[in-house]
Design a protein. Sequence first.
Length: 246
Amino acid sequence: VALDAYWLYVNDDSVMIGDDINFHTFGLRGAGTLGAFDFDLEAAYQFGAVDDQPSACPFGFGDADVDYSAWAANLVAGYTFDMAWQPRVFVLGAYFGGADYDESHWSNDQDLAFNRLFSDVEYSEFLDNAGANLSNFWVAGLGVQVMPTEAVSLKLVGKYFDTVEDVLVYKGFLCHDEVGGTIGWELGLYGDYHYSEDLTISAGYAHFFGDDGLEGGFAPANGLASFAGDDNDDYDYVFVQTEIAF
């Protein structure tokens, strides 16, 4: 069992909004195996501020109050049965806090979604594979993994994605709409063939079933951009790859 505690501080003057960003992330993580059980659990809190974001007031009074104040958590837990093919059943889940916007026409005040800058975890083959910056979402999944031989492993996993916070989008002076909700479902089948200790051949297929949250929901780019998709969108992903270690 390994236990980690960390503090990450980011100062950046090249950002999508404002002129300067400062935020802190404090986190705890525990991972390991206890008999047939395995687990990886992590939780983090993030706080900070973005300076010089202009107010939405048409007369230009002052700066907006833009802050970070969000929680995040990640969980993977599994159980391996001591029998033929060594079946492992596992659950997974993650939560990344969303933005809290002032709903006034004349305000840009907001608490931003959890910022995943430099993350190396991808939760989706389709939504989170362009920099691992999906936020303002939660995911829950269930999977099973087997080893028909010592060299071959197969994994089937299903995931459900949903938005944490809907966003109020203005479409005119008096018209507005809330975008968010269920993002969709993802089902994937993966296999690894360990040809040797140094060479592995992998293949997989995944399908994504879109839902209402794809229609403008704010989750990409750390909750600052929308999917701009459609609830009828379906995606397929097939890959074959080899990995060699020196």
